[in-house]
Design a protein around this ligand. Structure first.
Ligand SMILES: [Cu+2]
Length: 148
């Protein structure tokens, strides 16, 4: 309590009674409880907010092309899943040609290419090298499996 005399003199004497201490302890307990609640609530909010980010996290699949194969020669993705294909040539220029997806991405040596796909239909989609690369060019096939 601040009385008129204190205000006048500027001297504040604070007396801490056992009751006051008890009250402060209760307050401390309350604020710890509040702090705990706020902390847990924040973690909860953070989890809720981060969940869509985790779900939206995209897969990247590295595909190497060299005479005369793709490695891996087949991949499986889910329908509606957005996947980034990291295309790398280990020798000469190739391309990944998947007609059903309308892609034909050139893969030049030293110039990795990226193509993003989000297949809308299930099935097995054939692909091949779309850039003549030598005698075995016709053997460079690829299969994209799209599952439900
Ligand atoms: Cu090729």
């Amino acid at each position: 309590m601040i009385c008129a005399k204190m205000r006048r003199t500027g001297v504040y004497r604070v007396t801490i009674t056992p009751d006051a201490v008890k009250a402060m302890e209760v307050e401390k307990g309350k604020s710890l409880k509040n702090l705990l609640f706020i902390t847990l609530a924040s973690i909860g909010v953070a989890l809720v907010l981060s969940a869509p980010a985790v779900r939206a996290q995209q897969r990247t699949i590295e595909i190497h092309a060299h005479r005369f194969e793709f490695v891996p020669a087949e991949i499986t993705v889910k329908k509606g899943e957005t996947v980034t294909l990291d295309l790398i040539s280990d020798d000469v220029t190739h391309s990944l040609f998947i007609e059903a997806l309308g892609i034909n991405t050139t893969i030049a040596r030293g110039h990795p290419a990226q193509v993003q796909i989000t297949p809308q239909n299930t099935g097995d989609f054939g692909g091949r090298c779309g850039h003549f690369c030598g005698s075995g060019h016709g053997k460079m096939t690829f299969v994209l499996h799209v599952t439900e």
